[in-house]
Design a protein around this ligand. Structure first.
Ligand SMILES: [Zn+2]
Length: 326
């Protein structure tokens, strides 16, 4: 008996020594742990990627799609992960929602589209959304305690590795200065156009969306987009994903257009894709079915569920999922 206790103590001490790695394993499951700890390769950019009609090249990297007279989608068709940014312009100021991975600086294309003061707002801290934040004088994040705690008294913030995840594509985190903390429900007045800030935990704890009610436009970040939704990295939470999705279904009119943080990785030619209210309804139904064990896994490695023809969700194995939101 004594030997068993001794062995247990030694094993416990070893786990404590492993520290952060063990915490990541417990909190996020094996898939994310492997990705974060092993790192990955720098992205291979596609050569001469085909783009759909109506897509205008800004240079040989950025492509712009005009959504309406005051709104543009900005992407990089050569970049495999297909992250999207949105320039939302009012009469007096503009918001750039997400800045891409920073493989090239996005401020040039933004300046070509508007002369107004621009606030760069990040939907969340993952590397593919915060890449050029340091190029902007005004930077906004969701006012969540977990994000505030990362900034010093001047607002300077260097995303920590497990919230930035840049190791996945060998993208180094750059510090930036947060000048505004946007509360849930806060209205951002752009002059003749206003955006509601929605805190939307699920993909990460500090995720936010922007909602232009008058235009029926919802800018979703990585909470929902066509392709594999990721609910497995540090800060992701299945119960909060479900809670947020339910709140959005209730709040948003059925005609709302969703502008996602990524495009489908496969679809050719590169083109702006949107989602609809019905996709949020399917997300709620899918999450409830996963929680209740009613939805078969679509793939085991990583654990993947198919929600509809456009949406799949990659989470953790059942033993490692958290649904309690209290
Ligand atoms: Zn992303």
């Amino acid at each position: 008996m004594k030997t068993i206790v001794k062995r247990a103590l030694i094993a416990g001490a070893a786990l404590l020594l492993l520290g952060g790695a063990w915490a990541v394993l417990l909190n996020t499951g094996p898939t994310a742990t492997m990705l974060v700890m092993m790192g990955g390769a720098a992205p291979t950019l596609a050569e001469d990627p085909p783009v759909a009609a109506g897509v205008r090249w800004h240079d040989d990297y950025f492509a712009v799609v005009r959504i309406d007279e005051q709104t543009w989608a900005i992407g990089a068709p050569a970049y495999p992960i297909r992250a999207m940014s949105y320039l939302i312009v009012g009469r007096e100021r503009a918001v750039l929602f997400d800045t891409g991975p920073g493989l090239r600086d996005i401020d040039g294309v933004v300046r070509a589209l508007t002369d107004l003061p621009v606030t760069a707002a990040a939907s969340h801290l993952h590397y593919d959304h915060v890449g050029s934040l340091d190029r902007f004088d005004a930077v906004a994040l969701a006012d969540r305690p977990g994000l505030r705690a990362l900034a010093d008294e001047t607002g300077r913030l260097l995303p920590p590795d497990d919230m930035h995840l840049g190791a996945v594509e060998r993208v180094a985190a750059e510090p930036f200065v947060v000048t505004a903390w946007w509360a849930d429900g806060q209205t951002i007045d752009l002059g003749g156009r206003s955006l509601a800030v929605l805190h939307t935990p699920g993909h990460t704890d500090g995720s936010m969306m922007l909602y232009d009610k008058a235009a029926g436009q919802l800018y979703t970040g990585d909470f929902i987009y066509p392709g594999n939704l990721l609910a497995l990295f540090p800060g992701a939470h299945m119960g909060r994903y479900l809670e947020t999705a339910r709140a959005l279904v209730e709040r948003l009119p059925q005609g709302t257009t969703l502008y996602p943080g990524h495009l489908d990785l496969e679809i050719q030619p590169w083109q702006l894709q949107t989602l609809a209210h019905g996709d949020l309804v399917d997300l709620v139904a899918g999450l409830e079915a996963i929680r209740d064990g009613r939805l078969e896994m679509h793939a085991w490695m990583p654990p993947t569920w198919k929600l509809n023809d456009r949406l799949r969700l990659i989470g953790n194995y059942r033993w490692n999922m958290a649904w309690d939101v209290r």
